[in-house]
Design a protein around this ligand. Structure first.
Ligand SMILES: C[S@@+](CC[C@H](N)C(=O)[O-])C[C@H]1O[C@@H](n2cnc3c(N)ncnc32)[C@H](O)[C@@H]1O
Length: 323
């Protein structure tokens, strides 16, 4: 096994035995929901950098897979919506993390009358070789694990998620991204990588890997400030600003002209007709906002109409719109 994968497992073995507050501290609020009580130890073991739990993904009783369980906090949140035995399958490669998760689930059962620990099934497995059959889950999630993987492993982990998802299934991801080129010395620092600090890709590169394995639709749901790597603390000549993103990749067929990536752009027609029709399936009604993917936004801008406004990316998109 590659050394950095060993080091990653060591880091999370330790983080399972002794919760490390602030390991992946984030500005994303923890879900507060009626009747949901999250055990203290689960909160202390929140090692994610965003949220992958979106109720909108959880209609129609989906079978949920969660890879890289941490202290199980997000699995409990998924269970809040799913509420059925074995509704959620959690996979982790570190035995100590699986044990900590099981202990946390017992506590969660004591604190939440609606929850049974058998709602979540925890099994040992590797994100790079998922122990599951093809097309067997509706929703898959990972939070703050894939950024640790180097290029070939990242691609393989995404291919595995794609393989086990059913057609139109959803992969929800949260990871750090960074627009500054990370110095090689930081990228190769295996401990920093394991701590989710130096594997971050620029957002577009991150999205490109996701679509390269076949996901035809991608939503960028959130982008938030995450960390600063400053020269006085890290081997970098300049400040490096890291953000965290939440992304949903949908196993839709790949459109012939490339993936539909929604980053929150909207088109608004303000001409004098009742509507504008681009004859490609997009009808813009007078002064009504239409969420458009980046591809459609670029095509509309290319028309050089002086009566269509196209907003910038809000990085806050989770459904509805053009494609
Ligand atoms: C940064 S933590 C994130 C934990 C959790 N997703 C959360 O949001 O709190 C990474 C998790 O991935 C697990 N992990 C590390 N390498 C893995 C691999 N190759 N396959 C599956 N899980 C892995 C670690 O044990 C740890 O639980």
């Amino acid at each position: 096994m590659d050394n950095y994968l060993d080091i990653t497992q060591d880091v999370y073995r330790q983080a399972a035995l002794t919760p490390e507050l602030g390991l992946c501290c984030t500005t994303t609020p923890v879900w507060q929901l009626p009747g949901l009580v999250i055990p203290k130890r689960m909160l202390e073991m929140n090692y994610g950098c965003g949220s992958t739990v979106h109720p909108r993904d959880l209609v129609n009783n989906p079978r949920i897979l969660y890879v890289g369980v941490g202290g199980d906090m997000e699995l409990l949140q998924f269970a809040y919506f799913s509420r059925q035995p074995a509704g959620i399958l959690g996979i982790d490669v570190v035995d100590e993390m699986l044990q900590a998760s099981r202990d946390n689930m017992q506590q969660a059962e004591e604190l939440n009358s609606w929850f049974q620990s058998d709602f979540v099934q925890l099994i040992k497995g590797d994100a790079l070789h998922l122990p599951m059959s093809d097309s067997s889950v509706d929703v898959a999630a990972q939070n703050c694990l894939f950024n640790i993987f180097k290029a070939d492993d990242l691609r393989q982990a995404l291919q595995e998620m794609y393989r086990v998802l059913k057609p139109h299934g959803r992969l929800v991801l949260s990871d750090p991204v960074c627009e500054t080129t990370m110095p090689d010395s930081l990228q190769q620092d295996e401990k920093l990588r394991a701590l989710c600090l130096s594997g971050a890709l620029p957002l577009q590169e991150y999205l490109n890997v996701i679509t390269s394995v076949g996901f035809g639709t991608v939503e960028v749901r959130a982008k938030r400030p995450y960390r600063i790597l400053a020269p006085q603390h890290y081997a970098t000549p300049e400040i490096i600003y890291i953000e965290s993103v939440e992304v949903c990749a949908i196993k839709d067929p790949m459109p012939p002209d490339g993936p539909c990536i929604f980053t929150g752009k909207t088109a608004i027609y303000y001409g004098s007709a009742e509507f504008f029709d681009d004859k490609k399936g997009h009808v813009l009604y007078q002064n009504q906002p239409l969420a458009v993917c980046d591809k459609t936004a670029a095509a509309l801008a290319h028309l050089n109409q002086n009566d269509i406004y196209i907003s910038g990316s809000t990085y806050f998109y989770d459904g509805g719109g053009c494609c």
